[in-house]
Write a protein that binds this ligand. Structure first.
Ligand SMILES: *Cc1c(COP(=O)(O)O)cnc(C)c1O
Length: 482
């Protein structure tokens, strides 16, 4: 985004796009929202989208598309095998990443399934800066373990460090030696580290980490699902990289890794995914898994229309005007919440604003899923849907005990180019109201607890009648209709 400044105001993020198609929104009255929350088992994943005013659950598959993406969808070449659409997508990816081999898959977790199936054996140890839910689930499903070595300061919620996603380099080398390189199928670095608040990794850290891996003969994998945010932060926060274009930075990053995969529900503003590989033998070693799990090698379970849209989306991700939008809106929201004294992860990252629920609700223990409780409270008080990213999103330990998340977060995702500044102001306003009434929010417990990825389908109930009391306080302030 060009730095457009205002004559008489604070910094305000400027949209470098205009609205061409809209979707009407509805705000249910508070009493109806309380009912809908009860019916959804106090799990925001179980709400119906029509009952939501602002959907800030995720940035996955819900980013606004551009006119160029929409028009590209019309020329999609439908073919079971050899679709021209696939070759256009592969060529664009090779142009940007310099990796000639592309395994298409229907979304990010499908790539994770293929990588885990190919490389993970019982008791092997995958090292990461930080885990992502589905990446970890595929590894543990196969009996593998995950070692998270993000630097300690990455888990401190209030900070002014520019790259909180960085991996601890010393710990990485120690861990490879302790496990022995043969037992480490790959080291996975996650750009725009999702579960610690969309926090970026610096280019310097990626370079040093991949150097260590290469010295020990360990494969390196980049999860590039949130790469566009990470590119923005490298360009704006890493001094040594500022003279390079986004395209040049992308290529320099890609050159460090053996394998790159991504969810095109985020990267590319569409719906899909792919694994990119530089080495031909490595490519062939995974090739058979694509037709088995996804679809033929030239569509991988994706719609060709989506593949055309993402091909345009990859190119658009090289444009600073495009990739600035998310981080700048998030930064605005984070700054405003901080001014109100609301505990929020700083500095603002990509993906969304993240509220530190341990501080927001100190009276609700993490064993009562405080971040999920706050997500439910924000839906009841405002019709805003956020996502729990804390203890509920963890899996239990092998002995069945609860694994307490190191960060207990409520994520308010900012899908790209979707919400306006007045909608953002509404979110800030309702979070502030909740903060002033936080004593009214209580805990949750499971009624039905699935064994894996329990946050998607789990059914919970409140530990007291706090939702009713909270709704009553909200209606007293805003009336029955909102
Ligand atoms: C969303 C995401 C995934 C999984 O992608 P899906 O398309 O939702 O399956 C993997 N890694 C990261 C970092 C993500 O943000």
């Amino acid at each position: 985004m060009p730095a457009i400044t205002f004559y008489k105001h604070e910094p305000i993020p400027m949209e470098m796009h205009k609205v061409k198609i809209v979707q009407q929104l509805h705000l249910l009255p508070t009493a109806r929202r309380l009912e809908k929350m009860q019916r959804a088992g106090f799990n925001t994943f179980q709400l119906h989208n029509g009952d939501i005013f602002l959907d800030m659950l995720t940035d996955s598959g819900v980013n606004a598309m551009s006119d160029l993406q929409q028009s590209a969808m019309l020329r999609a070449d439908d073919a079971y095998a050899g679709s021209e659409t696939f070759f256009r997508m592969r060529d664009k990816l090779e142009e940007l990443f310099g990796m000639p081999f592309c395994l298409p898959a229907h979304q990010g977790r499908a790539c994770e399934n293929i990588l885990a199936t190919r490389f993970v054996k019982p008791d092997s140890c995958v090292i990461m800066n930080y885990h992502f839910t589905t990446a970890k689930a595929h590894i543990t499903r196969l009996g593998g373990r995950v070692e998270e070595l993000v630097r300690a300061e990455g888990l401190v919620s209030k900070s002014d460090l520019p790259f909180k996603g960085n991996i601890d380099l010393e710990a990485l080398e120690t861990c490879i030696l302790r496990e022995t390189p043969a037992n480490v199928p790959f080291v996975r670095l996650e750009a725009g580290t999702n579960l610690i608040g969309g926090q970026p990794i610096s280019f310097a850290n990626m370079q040093a980490a991949t150097d260590i891996c290469r010295r020990h003969g360990v494969l390196t994998v980049l999860d590039a699902s949130l790469l566009q945010d990470n590119l923005y932060f490298i360009k704006t926060r890493e001094k040594e990289m500022q003279s390079l274009s986004v395209r040049e930075i992308t290529r320099k990053i890609a050159d460090l890794f053996d394998i790159i995969y991504f969810s095109a529900r985020k990267f590319g503003f569409a719906r899909g995914g792919a694994i990119l590989v530089r080495d031909e033998a490595l490519f062939h070693s995974m090739e058979d898994l694509v037709p088995m799990f996804e679809g033929f090698l030239t569509y991988g379970g994706m719609s060709v229309k989506e593949m055309e849209a993402m091909t345009v989306g990859f190119e658009e991700s090289m444009d600073m005007d495009v990739i600035s939008q998310g981080p700048q809106f998030i930064d605005y929201c984070v700054d405003r919440l901080s001014e109100y004294g609301i505990p929020v992860i700083t500095p603002g990252g990509g993906l969304g604003a993240h509220i530190d629920v341990k501080e927001f609700l100190p009276h609700v223990p993490q064993t009562e899923y405080s971040a999920c409780a706050l997500a439910c409270a924000l839906y009841i008080c405002g019709g805003i849907r956020g996502m729990e990213r804390g203890t509920l999103s963890e899996e239990r330990e092998r002995d069945g005990s609860e694994r307490i998340a190191s960060m207990e977060l409520l994520r308010l995702a900012f899908p790209r180019r979707v919400f306006t500044l007045s909608q953002t102001e509404y979110v800030i306003d309702r979070v502030k109201w909740l903060f002033d009434h936080r004593d009214l929010v209580g805990g949750l417990r499971f009624v039905h607890e699935p064994a894996t990825l329990r946050f998607f389908t789990g059914v919970l109930e409140p530990t007291s009648d706090w939702p009713e009391k909270l709704a009553a306080a909200y209606r007293a302030d805003f009336g029955d209709e909102q």
